[in-house]
Design a binder for this molecule. Structure first.
Ligand code: GLP
Length: 251
């Protein structure tokens, strides 16, 4: 794992976007693994800016998302399909034919089969990633095991509470989701990882500091990835003592 210590979250997002765009420059039909949540929003803003200024060409780019809530329609503003359209897909004119996101309204098993068949045949060139307060990646909640492929999960109370800020009440937060497995995330050729906010500090300590790799904090497995770059601002990085094998650089 490589840790880049930045001046601010804004700089982290800018550098993460640059890394994503470099992959597209090298491989115009790259498969981008995408994430939702507030953390990646400024990353998408920078990517969209580059496309608008015609400094990046997304004419062949393909995308696959980590996860989707079960029970939310793509037109629901809290669905991850809606989020992706709003923050990236529409502005970059990426048609649905090149977008893979689980459909939260379809038969769950059929969706898992569809997503897994695609994921098995199409390696992810770069996966954008953030982390939940309990260390989850995608919606891989604390568990006794690491799941490999797309599967259905029951969301923990902690995750529902944390994500309820985007809904009008916690009752509206779905109780289940479809997520790429931690195994699938680990098969991405490259991972661009960001985290921000005091509430993520605990999880980031477990991920970066010397300690066990455990499904109780799914993000800890990123220690085993060969090409994972993490961007943290200096305020957060200053509170963490990365393990000796983490390569630390200032931006
Ligand atoms: C959701 C997503 C995760 C994301 C997390 C953190 O739970 N499934 O992929 O990392 O939110 O979101 P935020 O960036 O808003 O803190």
């Amino acid at each position: 794992m490589k840790l880049i210590v930045t001046e601010s979250y804004e700089q982290s997002a800018y550098l993460a976007a640059r890394m994503m765009l470099d992959v597209v420059r090298e491989k115009p039909d790259a498969l981008l693994g995408l994430a939702t949540g507030t953390t990646p929003v400024p990353v998408y803003r920078y990517m969209v800016e580059e496309v608008r200024q015609e400094k990046a060409d997304f004419g062949k780019v393909r995308t696959i998302n980590l996860d989707e809530y079960i029970g939310l329609d793509g037109e629901d503003p809290n669905s991850y399909l809606y989020f992706m359209r709003k923050h990236l897909l529409d502005a970059c004119r990426i048609p649905t034919g090149r977008v893979m996101i689980p459909n939260g309204m379809a038969d769950t098993q059929a969706e898992l089969d569809r997503m897994n068949a695609f994921a098995d045949a199409n390696p992810i060139d770069v996966q954008l990633l953030s982390v939940g307060v309990n260390g989850h990646i995608g919606f891989n909640e604390p568990s006794d095991v690491f799941y490999d492929r797309y599967h259905a999960v029951k969301l923990t109370q902690k995750t529902r509470e944390s994500n309820s800020r985007l809904f009008s009440s916690i009752e509206e937060v779905p109780t289940e989701a479809i997520t790429m497995g931690t195994g699938g995330i680990m098969r991405a050729r490259k991972i661009v990882f960001l985290a921000a906010g005091e509430e993520k500090l605990d999880a980031m300590k477990k991920i970066l500091e010397d300690g066990e790799v455990t499904p109780k904090c799914q993000g800890t497995i990123l220690k085993f990835h060969q090409d994972c770059t993490l961007f943290l601002d200096k305020a957060m990085a200053g509170q963490i003592r990365p393990a000796a094998y983490v390569e630390v650089r200032r931006a």
